[in-house]
Write a protein that binds this ligand. Structure first.
Ligand code: G3P
Ligand code: MG
Length: 357
């Protein structure tokens, strides 16, 4: 049904809708809030600071654990974001825990991919960077790479090392995970090709390709630069093209993140839990029927990812396309038209839609 009326915080606040915010190109550009997104988010809380309207962030980005992303977002946006309100591209990798919990796996991407995976519970994960460093001359141009400051490198490498200190790299890699946007495409393409064409042991001959998982497949996304930047989908095309030229069997892979429908059903479940149990710690009580929503708004900037995803997910999703990121046209997108195109900044949109808040 679509009852959606729930007792929320101390005063009985009625909410029949929830909101999923895309991050890049809607809430932030790089680390800078877009327009009045801070003010818009504050409207989702009452005077006592309790959440009025259940909302979460549904991003294809990532590279750090959800708990850390939540505190980063809290600092940038000036509201207290819970870890459960942050769904990143790689968040569904958790569902692969049963299969790989004790298997040797590699993880790559910006930030701390191995730390992300160990937080999910994977016990034998190593970052591709750490893995590559165990093979002499695997990257023939490594000595020319001086673009990372020592400090940055040490910082992220130390925690990655701790996550993988006990791992023996001569064993077979059982799966590779692209957790966030790769930093060193050249090295990653080389080393992933080594792992994937060999069957998991770079110095050996052909074996069956280990499974490869991407957190998302965004061709482009909006960062701090004025025009879009190449995303994980662009990296996937680069890797796939090279792999298919040097290997006789085409690359096999799975992409998670938006626009996959399961991402939206998972978001709906989290929003329902937030509506029922606004404070952390209460989530997951089994015998209570969770409330449902009349409308769930997906506010995104990418028609092919955010709007397509909400459309495929169907009821009760309603897509709103902003013009602050990847999408800039005047008219609605032709292939994946949003239910609404927002010509204004987020805050004005809120005044228009949610005057009840
Ligand atoms: O790297 C992040 C990008 O692929 C998309 O982020 O927040 O727009 O889904 P977002
Ligand atoms: Mg976006």
């Amino acid at each position: 049904g679509c009852g959606g009326v729930a007792s929320f915080s101390n005063k009985a606040v009625v909410s029949s809708f929830g909101i999923a915010f895309d991050i890049d190109g809607v809430i932030l550009r790089g680390t800078t809030p877009i327009g009045n997104s801070r003010r818009a988010l504050r409207r989702l809380y009452d005077d006592s600071g309790a959440m009025n309207i259940p909302f979460l962030f549904l991003t294809n980005g990532g590279g750090i654990p959800e708990s850390r992303r939540a505190s980063e977002l809290s600092d940038i946006l000036g509201v207290k974001i819970l870890a459960s309100q942050v769904v990143q591209g790689h968040s569904p990798f958790r569902t692969l825990l049963k299969r790989y919990e004790n298997e040797f796996i590699v993880a790559t991407g910006k930030g701390e991919p191995a730390v992300v995976m160990s937080e999910y519970g994977f016990k034998r994960v190593i970052s591709l960077e750490e893995y590559a460093s165990q093979f002499k001359n695997i990257d023939p141009v490594a000595q020319y790479k001086r673009w990372t400051t020592e400090q940055e490198l040490n910082c992220s490498r130390n925690s990655e090392k701790i996550a993988s200190s006990h791992i023996d790299c001569s064993q077979k890699v059982k799966a590779a995970f692209v957790v966030s946007d790769p930093v060193d495409w050249g090295r990653d393409i080389q080393v992933l090709c080594d792992i994937l064409t060999s069957g998991g042991v770079p110095e050996e001959e052909n074996g069956q390709q280990p499974p490869l998982y991407f957190a998302a497949d965004d061709l482009q996304y909006q960062a701090a630069f004025p025009s879009e930047r190449l995303g994980m989908g662009a990296f996937r095309i680069a890797l796939e093209s090279v792999f298919n030229r040097i290997h006789d069997k085409p690359l096999e892979y799975t992409s998670f993140g938006k626009p996959n429908p399961f991402v939206f059903s998972n978001a709906e479940m989290i929003l329902r839990q937030l509506l029922q149990f606004p404070t952390p710690g209460n989530v997951g009580t089994e015998d209570v029927r969770l409330p449902s929503f009349k409308t769930l708004y997906m506010i995104g900037d990418n028609p092919l990812v955010d709007v397509k995803g909400a459309q495929q997910a169907g009821y009760p999703w309603f897509s709103i396309l902003t013009r602050t990121g990847v999408f800039r046209q005047r008219e609605n997108h032709t292939q994946y038209p949003a239910d609404m195109v927002n010509l204004m900044i987020l805050y004005s949109l809120f005044l228009l839609l949610f005057t009840v808040v």
